[in-house]
Design a protein around this ligand. Structure first.
Ligand code: XIL
Length: 358
C-alpha cells in the first residue's frame, strides 16, 4: 500500500473510533456568527490554564461571564480593598478571543464577605458601601463589560411575588420593606451612572415560566420602563431539574417581557441529570436532555428580543450541579468531562443554525 493511502486509512479509522468527534465541523459560535446572536458560558479563572478548557471555550463561544469571580466575596474581600485579579484574567481572555463579557453580579444575597454581612452598619453606611461597590466595579470594567446582572435573585421562593429579605432590602434606608423595589431602582441608577453604555439586566431563578415570581418581576420592569429607570434586559437563569421544562410557558414569558421593550438573555442554562457514583448519566436521559436544550434554545433564537443564550459552564468536569446536589446529579452541560460533545451540544448547534433565518 502506498504511504499516502495508509495515512488516509489510519486517519479514517481514528475518526471512526471517535478521535475525530472532539472537534466538531462548525462550532457554536460559527453557527451564531451570521446573525450576531450571542452564545455564552460561565467561566472559572483557574481552569483557563488547562489547554482543553481554553481551546474549547475560545472555539465555541462568543460571550462569557465570570461564574464567581465578580461576586463580593472575591472582588471586595475587605471593606477598603478590591481584588480584580480573577475577573481581569477572564476579561483578558475574552478580549484576546473576540468575546463579549457579561458581568455577574453587583447585588445578591449570597457569596458576600463576612465584613459586609456581619458588620453592624447603619442604613446610610450600607447605602454608601453599596454605591461605592457598584461604581468601583462597574468603573473598573467600563467599556469592557457590555451587560451587567445588576441585581440577582431579589424575589423570594417561599413567598413568590415578594421581595426576599436581605441586608439590602431590610436594613439600609434604600430598601426598607415598605419601599418595595426602590433599592433595586437605586442600584440600576448607580450602575448607569458608572457606565452609561452598559446594558443593565435584572437576573432571576425560577422565573422562566409564567408564574407568580415572573409576574412580580414583570410588574417591576414595566414600572421601571414607565418611569425611565435604566433597565435594558431580564436574565432567566434556566437551571432545569427533573428533565422538565414547560417550553410553551417559557416562550410566552419571553414574549411578554420583550413586549416591554427589554431584551431577554438566558443566562445560566444547565439540565441536571441523575448520575451514578462515577458521574455518568443514562443514555436515554442524555437524549431527553438534548431535546430540552434544543427546545429552549429554539424558543430564544426564534424571538428577536431574546438575544443571548448562555450555559452555566460548558464541561461536566466543572459544573456547580455536582456539589449543589451532593453528587446525585450532574452531566448537565453540552460537553462531557473529557470535552467531548454530547447530544446536547448538537441540539444547541442545531438551534443556533436556525438563527440565520430569524
Ligand atoms: C453558583 C456557582 O456556579 C458556584 O460555583 C458557587 O459556589 C455558587 O454559585 N444562581 C446564580 C449563580 O446566579 O451565581 C450561582 O452560581 C448559581 C445559581
Amino acid at each position: 500500500m502506498e504511504w499516502r493511502a495508509l495515512v488516509l486509512v489510519l486517519a479514517s479509522a481514528a475518526f471512526c473510533m471517535g478521535f475525530g468527534a472532539a472537534v466538531p465541523e462548525q462550532s457554536l459560535r460559527e453557527a451564531a456568527r451570521a446573525s450576531g446572536f450571542l452564545i455564552g458560558t460561565a467561566v472559572r479563572p483557574w481552569a483557563l490554564s488547562e489547554a482543553a478548557y481554553a481551546s474549547t471555550l475560545a472555539r465555541e463561544f462568543n460571550m462569557l461571564e465570570p461564574e464567581d469571580a465578580l461576586k463580593w466575596e472575591v472582588v471586595h474581600p475587605e471593606p477598603q480593598s478590591f481584588d480584580f485579579s480573577q475577573a481581569d484574567q477572564i476579561v483578558d481572555f475574552a478580549t484576546r478571543h473576540g468575546m463579549k463579557v457579561r458581568g455577574h453580579t453587583l447585588v445578591w444575597h449570597r457569596q458576600n464577605p463576612p465584613w459586609l454581612t456581619e458588620g453592624k452598619y447603619t442604613s446610610g453606611e450600607l447605602a454608601e458601601i453599596l454605591e461605592k461597590h457598584i461604581k468601583t466595579v462597574v468603573g473598573h470594567y467600563r467599556g469592557k463589560v457590555f451587560a451587567w446582572d445588576v441585581v440577582n435573585e431579589a424575589f423570594d421562593e417561599l413567598h413568590p411575588g415578594e421581595l426576599r429579605s436581605t441586608i439590602w432590602r431590610d436594613q439600609p434606608g434604600i430598601g426598607l420593606a415598605e419601599n418595595g423595589s426602590s433599592y433595586i431602582e437605586r442600584c440600576f441608577r448607580w450602575t448607569h451612572e458608572a457606565d452609561p453604555q452598559a446594558l443593565l439586566f435584572y437576573n432571576e431563578a425560577e422565573a422562566e415560566t409564567m408564574n407568580p415570581k415572573s409576574d412580580a418581576i414583570y410588574a417591576m420592569v414595566r414600572d421601571f420602563r414607565q418611569r425611565g429607570v435604566p433597565i435594558d434586559g431580564v436574565g432567566f437563569e434556566m437551571h432545569i431539574a427533573h428533565l422538565h421544562a414547560d417550553v410553551a410557558s417559557i416562550a410566552a414569558n419571553i414574549n411578554r417581557f420583550t413586549a416591554l421593550g427589554v431584551q431577554v438573555h438566558i443566562t445560566e442554562m444547565d439540565v441536571a441529570l441523575p448520575v451514578d457514583a462515577e458521574g455518568n448519566a443514562r443514555a436515554g436521559d442524555l437524549q431527553r436532555q438534548a431535546d430540552i436544550y434544543r427546545q429552549i434554545a429554539s424558543a430564544c433564537v426564534s424571538h428577536p428580543g431574546c438575544t443571548a443564550t448562555q450555559t452555566w459552564g460548558f464541561t461536566d468536569k466543572y459544573s456547580w450541579i455536582g456539589s449543589h446536589s451532593k453528587q446525585t446529579e450532574g452531566a448537565a452541560l453540552p460537553f462531557d468531562r473529557n470535552y467531548r460533545a454530547k447530544p446536547a451540544y448538537d441540539a444547541l448547534r442545531g438551534a443556533l443554525e436556525q438563527v440565520r433565518s430569524r
